[in-house]
Every structure is written in structure tokens, then in C-alpha cells.
Ligand binder design. Structure first.
Ligand SMILES: [Zn+2]
Ligand SMILES: [Zn+2]
Length: 521
């Protein structure tokens, strides 16, 4: 259909005229295709687009290095330049945790130890890895983050930042057969221009021409932004920083509990306390400890605390049976829920490990027909070795049916401060209206994640709390109500939620619980 064409200037005869598909394709082809004056390239075949040609990477790195050198020319000695670069990075991040030392690390990471040559592929690799799950690119998330990705790429220079965006897009399109096919069709589109047939590949728009001229001539044509980060207002933290570095940590490990053996009157050993050394977290709310028992045995332990007043990363695991539609809904719902709780964006991570790992660790004997024991799954999260190196809230999604020993089935289960397993099995095909079903799933996700953050809190006493399969909130419209009849109760609560609270999933009491929890430090 051609609905959009009426509004386009008549010159834009290609539907992709405003996109940079020709530039992306030429970056893949490398060599002569980088020459903006070369406008007689032939039709593209899938074989030609296997990976970015090394000549492209070399050219981009050379152009970026030159751009940076030009910018720093006449700006003092190398050491002075480096100091001023680090200072501007610290101002750019505007975050007490991002110190001059961090800036220096970043410099060496992207520009090597001595020569200061740009290595743009490191950056592209990191971005792509960041948006890859189970070897598949999350295009929605990547597209949403492009402005931030481009902005951060300014450390390679303003022109370089422009082209890195297209380099990344070209690379990810090659990994997805459908996207690759779409790109080929777009650049092979043919129109008659000035009486001669012309391919989109040879019809470069002004942005594409500018980038290719800059790249091919290795000199800046138009420098739109200085090739160094400008001190700018604070932005959401970049996704590639390591969130675990932001968790409270003692300067050196400290003993928070001295171990001792307790004996009765006869001298028999009644109790043994381990010597507990704090590795990560605070003394009051430890996260990872090293426990030394009197027999010399040492073990590292991920400790849980429902009232933990500081954030730790939330890691989302998908089972292999979760489809793309579900995944999109889940990503959106988890993001929205955690933002209501106040979890920083960079603390939300989608794991490249499959949730089926957790299921396959369960002993076959605890499988009930086709149901899996949710309590044992939660226990297996606590035993996961990654909880020591990268302690997190595990948020696991599956289509498998779950049960606990005292139920026919459960839609999910959660353990304070450790994680939750959420099954879509009982909702996905039982709620007839798709929009409503999606809202019900969102209620379920907010409910289980709420439990991970200690909702409803003990602090509330009996106030609007009931106990059915654990404490639950009684307030109408709150996602923390217990729904014993599935899916009917959940549909009703979801309608109440949409009526009463609008976008908020947690009632005022539950929101207060969260505020109190994160208030104490
Ligand atoms: Zn519950
Ligand atoms: Zn509530």
C-alpha cells in the first residue's frame, strides 16, 4: 500500500529514501562500495551479505582515529589531553560512581593501551551482545536504545557515532534471515530516474552520501558534533556498565559474625556457628558471605533479606517454550513493574541462559504428570552458582504447569529477595480476549515480583492483609490480592486494577511498604 507517499516530497521516490539501507549494505560490502561516487553497483545477492568486510572496519577505525586526532590537535600534551578527556567523561556521566579512574578504564578499553587507536568493533560487539538473547537479537529493545547508543558512541567522534549506528544495524540484520531478506529487497528496489533504471543501492540520500564521503576520503566533510563527549545533562545510565559494581561492598571483607561452638553441660556440641565474612552487601543486609565452619569447611552463601533496602540486579530467564509474543509482553511488563518499584533500568538484565536449566536440574521423581514443583525450583535458584558471583533476583518465565505440595496447581511462586517462577500456562489460552489476557498476565507478573520485594510487608501487621497461601493484600484493585480461582479471580482483579489504579499495579498500602523498605539504609 502507498498511503504514506502523498506526504513525501516528490523527489523521494523510494519508500526507503529517508532510511539508510544503502549505507548499511555498502558497509557490509566494503571496498569499492564505500565510494559514494560509485553508483553502478549491481543487484545484491544473499551470498554477498554474509558479514561486514574487514576493509570497512579498518576504514571506520582509521577515520575515527583521525577525527579524534584532529580534534585534540593543539590541545596540549597527550597526558593533558587524557586528563581533560577523563574530566569531560566524568561530567558527562554525572554519577558519583563514575570516577576519573572509571573514565581511564573506559579509554584504555576502547583505544588500547598506548597508541590511542579507535577500536569501534569492541563497542559494536558489546552493544550487540547486550541485546542478544539465546543467540537472537531483540530488535525492539535495540531500536529503542539507538539514541543512547549513538550518544555514547560520541567518544569515537561525532561522525564516527553517526556511522556506528549503521554499522551495528547492518551487523544485526545479517544475523536474522527475515531482516536480511528485507534489506536485500529494499536496496534492490528499482525505479526509473532521469529515464534510466536505478537501484536504491545507487540512490544515496544526503545522510548516506555524507557518511560515505567522510569514510572514503578519511576526512571530515561536516563535523556536526565535536568528537568528544559534551558535558550534557544526566541521562539514564548506559546499559553496558556492570551493575554489580554498584552494589554496596565493604572496602575489604569484614567479619560480621564470629563463629563459635556451643556445648551443653556435658560438653556435647549443640550448635555450631560459622564465622561469617561479608563479601558483598552491607553488614546489616549482607548479600554474599563467606562462612567458615569449625571443621575448616568454607562456603560462599547468597543470603536473602526481605527488607533489603538497596537494589540488586533482576535477571530475567526465559524457558524455551516462551514465544516471541509472550517475550515482548513479558519484557514490557517486567520493565514497567520494576520501574514502579524503583529498580534502576541498568539493573534489569535478560539472561542468555535458558530457564530450562532450572527445570532440568529437578529430579524426575518430583514431576507430577506434566507439572513441576515450584518450591523446588525456587530452592534451585538459591543453589545457582551465579548467585555468588552475580547475586540477583531471578525472574523465570515458563509455559509449563507448576504445583506446590499443598495445591492442585499454582500460576507462580516467589521467595522474598531471591526470585520467582511465573507460568503462563493457566492464563494464555483461557482468557478469551487478547488485550484482557495480556493485562491479566501483567497483573500476575507484578504480583509475583511484588512478593520478591517483600510485599505485602510484615511491617503492616494485620492492616488489609489476609493469609491464603502466604500473606496477600486485601485492597481492591491491587495486584497483590490472592486469586485462588484461576483465571476468574485474576480477571476480576485485573478489571479492578484498570478501573481503580490506572497505570499503577500496587495499591497505596503496598506502595508505602516499598517506600519504607527502601527508605532505611
Ligand atoms: Zn501471591
Ligand atoms: Zn496492595
Amino acid at each position: 500500500m502507498n498511503e504514506g507517499q502523498k506526504n513525501l516530497p516528490t523527489k523521494e521516490i523510494f519508500s526507503t529514501a529517508r532510511q539508510t539501507v544503502a549505507l548499511q549494505t555498502r558497509l557490509v560490502l566494503g571496498g569499492e562500495a564505500l565510494n559514494p561516487n560509485k553508483i553502478n553497483l549491481g543487484k545484491i545477492t544473499p551470498e554477498q551479505l554474509s558479514e561486514i568486510k574487514p576493509t570497512t572496519i579498518v576504514k571506520i577505525n582509521q577515520a575515527s582515529t583521525k577525527e579524534r586526532l584532529d580534534y585534540w590537535k593543539d590541545k596540549g600534551t597527550f597526558d593533558q589531553q587524557l586528563k581533560s578527556w577523563c574530566d569531560s567523561m566524568v561530567r558527562y556521566y554525572n554519577d558519583p560512581r563514575f570516577t576519573e579512574k572509571e573514565a581511564l578504564k573506559l579509554y584504555h578499553h576502547y583505544f588500547g593501551e598506548n597508541k590511542g587507536e579507535s577500536n569501534i568493533n569492541i563497542y559494536a560487539d558489546e552493544i550487540i551482545a547486550n541485546f542478544t538473547q539465546n543467540e537472537k537479537i531483540n530488535f525492539d529493545q535495540l531500536n529503542q536504545n539507538l539514541p543512547e547508543i549513538k550518544k555514547r558512541a560520541n567518544i569515537f567522534g561525532g561522525n564516527s557515532a553517526e556511522i556506528i549506528e549503521d554499522l551495528i544495524l547492518a551487523r544485526v540484520k545479517l544475523t536474522d534471515p527475515a531482516k536480511k531478506q528485507e534489506l536485500i529487497e529494499q536496496v534492490n528496489e528499482e525505479k526509473t530516474i532521469d529515464n534510466s533504471p536505478t537501484l536504491r543501492l545507487n540512490y544515496l540520500n544526503s545522510e548516506e552520501k555524507m557518511s560515505l564521503r567522510w569514510l572514503f576520503n578519511e576526512k571530515p566533510i561536516v563535523v556536526t558534533t565535536p568528537p568528544s563527549p559534551q558535558p550534557e545533562p544526566p541521562e539514564p545510565k548506559p546499559p553496558v556498565l556492570n551493575p554489580w559494581e554498584n552494589i554496596p561492598k565493604p572496602k575489604q571483607p569484614i567479619i560480621i559474625h564470629a563463629g563459635k561452638v556451643e556445648r551443653d553441660a556435658q560438653g556435647r556440641r549443640t550448635r555450631e556457628n560459622a564465622e561469617v565474612k561479608l563479601i558483598l552487601g552491607t553488614a546489616e543486609y549482607p548479600l554474599v558471605t563467606e562462612n567458615k565452619w569449625s571443621d575448616g569447611r568454607i562456603e560462599k552463601v547468597r543470603t536473602t533479606s526481605p527488607e533489603r533496602p538497596y537494589h540488586i540486579p533482576a535477571v530475567v530467564y526465559f524457558d524455551e517454550d516462551i514465544n516471541d509474543e509472550q517475550r515482548r509482553l513479558i519484557n514490557q511488563a517486567v520493565g514497567w513493574t520494576l520501574s514502579q518499584i524503583g529498580v534502576p533500568k541498568e539493573f534489569i538484565i535478560v539472561s542468555d541462559r535458558s530457564a530450562s536449566e532450572f527445570f532440568s536440574r529437578l529430579h524426575p521423581s518430583v514431576k507430577r504428570n506434566n507439572q513441576y514443583d515450584a518450591s523446588l525450583l525456587l530452592y534451585s535458584f538459591s543453589q545457582d552458582r551465579d548467585q555468588i558471583e552475580h547475586p540477583h533476583h531471578a525472574i523465570v518465565f515458563t509455559n509449563k504447569d507448576l504445583y506446590t505440595s499443598d495445591t492442585n496447581f499454582v500460576v507462580g511462586a516467589a521467595q522474598d529477595d531471591l526470585g520467582t517462577v511465573i507460568s503462563l500456562h493457566r492464563f494464555w489460552n483461557s482468557v478469551p480476549d487478547t488485550d484482557l489476557r495480556n493485562e491479566v498476565v501483567k497483573t500476575e507478573i507484578s504480583h509475583e515480583i511484588g512478593h520478591v520485594f517483600g510485599l505485602p510487608s510484615n511491617r503492616r501487621g494485620e492492616n488489609n492483609i489476609e493469609n491464603s497461601l502466604g500473606p496477600h493484600c486485601k485492597n481492591d484493585g491491587c495486584c497483590m490480592k490472592q486469586g485462588l480461582r484461576v483465571p476468574d479471580d485474576w480477571i476480576k482483579y485485573t478489571r479492578d486494577r484498570l478501573d481503580n489504579l490506572g497505570r499503577h499495579h500496587y495499591c497505596q498500602d503496598c506502595q508505602t511498604d516499598l517506600q519504607e523498605k527502601f527508605k532505611k539504609k
